[in-house]
Design a binder for this molecule. Structure first.
Ligand SMILES: Cc1ncc(COP(=O)(O)OP(=O)(O)O)c(N)n1
Ligand SMILES: Cc1ncsc1CCOP(=O)(O)O
Ligand SMILES: [Mg+2]
Length: 254
């Protein structure tokens, strides 16, 4: 299904019509990962700006943070994310994802395996994981990943000295699986178009939004470029809003 730009008009009067657009499955996902450097107020401000600009998902990633710190940060940013109809993912910590009613978890290389995580999650909660080859991608699909991330596509400060994998390798991963594939690593306004042309479900970024002095504008530019692209995902991710509307996963359990 292709997303159609909504301009209002007569159809506005038909109840439920707009929802058809909200749950459109052809939108590219803008997935913003936190940079692990911010305390709660600063993080809240950036996250609020990012979702206002059009980020679909915020992934809370604080490597080696104690569960309580991660829980409190999630609790602090959740209202901004919910308010914008976006989704929250927790990096690595399945327990924190469950306790916060997040839309899911992104499993890192040293996290619990997907097969051990799946029975713990509600059926529609996302379990994402990073892959580094076609073989790993196929394996992740077989064991039940909701989506996978492949990278790093371009050179990035996050992976100094490591050669980027490039868009041709990304395309081979997209072609090999039937689950959504996000691209990550060094993605900016300068190179996003060639990434979208591969059939990815979207992009995951840290620096392009978190390191920008105007995160709302940065997210909006990426969002607009994705919406305007004539390419579409081979397999898209649903909007987080559709999941939380359905299951009321709106409140953090205290
Ligand atoms: C969406 C997304 N893609 C990739 C990653 C990878 O980051 P990391 O947490 O370091 O996981 P591993 O590289 O150790 O597998 C991510 N967090 N989010
Ligand atoms: C966590 C991670 N995994 C592969 S690349 C990367 C960093 C992405 O950051 P940026 O978008 O700033 O290149
Ligand atoms: Mg990593």
């Amino acid at each position: 299904m292709r997303t159609v730009k909504w301009n209002g008009g007569l159809l506005d009067r038909i109840p439920g019509w707009k929802k058809v657009f909200v749950v459109s499955e052809s939108r590219f996902q803008l997935h913003v990962i936190t940079d692990g450097k911010r305390q709660s107020q600063e993080l809240y401000d950036i996250v609020e700006a990012a979702v206002r600009g059009g980020a679909d998902v915020i992934q809370l990633r604080y490597k080696s943070a104690p569960a309580l710190d991660l829980y409190r940060l999630a609790e602090a940013i959740r209202p901004a994310i919910r308010g914008a109809g976006a989704g929250l993912l927790i990096n690595d910590r399945v327990d924190v994802a469950l306790a916060t009613g997040a839309e899911g978890v992104h499993l890192a290389a040293k996290s619990l395996p997907i097969a051990a995580t799946r029975p713990l999650m509600q059926g529609d909660q996302w379990i994402g994981c990073s892959v580094h080859s076609v073989e790993e991608a196929v394996k992740a699909e077989q064991v039940g990943a909701s989506y996978i991330t492949y990278g790093h596509i371009f050179a990035t400060n996050s992976k100094p000295g490591l050669p980027p994998r490039g868009v041709d390798a990304l395309r081979r991963v997209v072609d090999a699986v039937n689950i959504p594939v996000l691209a990550i690593g060094g993605i900016t306004m300068e190179n996003i178009d060639e990434v979208l042309a591969t059939g990815v479900a979207g992009i995951a970024v840290i620096g392009a939004v978190m390191a920008d002095l105007e995160p709302e504008r940065a997210a909006r530019e990426l969002r607009q470029r994705m919406d305007a692209s004539h390419h579409r995902p081979k397999k898209a991710l649903p909007l987080a809003k559709a999941l939380s509307d359905q299951h009321g996963r709106s409140e953090i359990v205290q």
